[in-house]
Design a protein. Structure first.
Length: 162
């Protein structure tokens, strides 16, 4: 499915698993969120879990558009979602040059706390159970987000485990 904010989109009745391709424009994030929301509604997820997954995917797509594809509207971002057993797997691919995750600054370090950016990967790590990167020379970066259904991000909500 190729969606762009300038096109009419009809959602199929069965969305999960889905594959979505968008142009590298921030307004297309809303399209991703709408399809993701519909897909997640097929599962018995509480509102809090949906919220954290939604935020992680929003950050991943925003990073792919801004940092991966450098806001070049002709470059595409692909988003795949599938359920394998009790694990939700979301892949976000861009057409950028890649990056070194070890060079990402720690947003909790005192010198970085007031910086207006640099928290996207941190949030994804907190909201999802696992994140991984596949750097594909000449073909961009693939980010994989994994969330075991029925688990909450560390420190989220009141689970009585404090």
């Amino acid at each position: 499915m190729l969606l762009d904010s300038g096109a009419d989109a009809t959602m199929p009745a069965e969305i999960l698993p889905f594959q979505l391709t968008i142009g590298s424009r921030f307004e297309n994030i809303e399209l991703v969120q709408a399809v993701l929301s519909d897909a997640l509604s097929a599962y018995d997820l509480d509102d809090e879990s949906r919220h954290w997954i939604d935020l992680a995917v929003r950050e991943a797509v925003a990073n792919a558009i801004k940092h991966g594809n450098r806001l070049e509207a002709d470059k595409r971002v692909e988003i795949d979602l599938e359920l394998t057993g009790q694990e939700l797997v979301i892949r976000v691919r861009d057409e950028g040059e890649g990056f070194d995750p070890e060079r990402i600054m720690d947003p909790l370090a005192p010198e970085n706390r007031l910086r207006p950016n640099g928290r996207g990967i941190f949030y994804m790590q907190k909201f999802m159970d696992e994140i991984g990167y596949d750097f594909r020379p000449g073909r961009g970066t693939e980010l994989t987000l994994r969330k075991r259904l029925g688990t909450r991000p560390e420190g989220a909500g009141s689970s009585g485990e404090h």
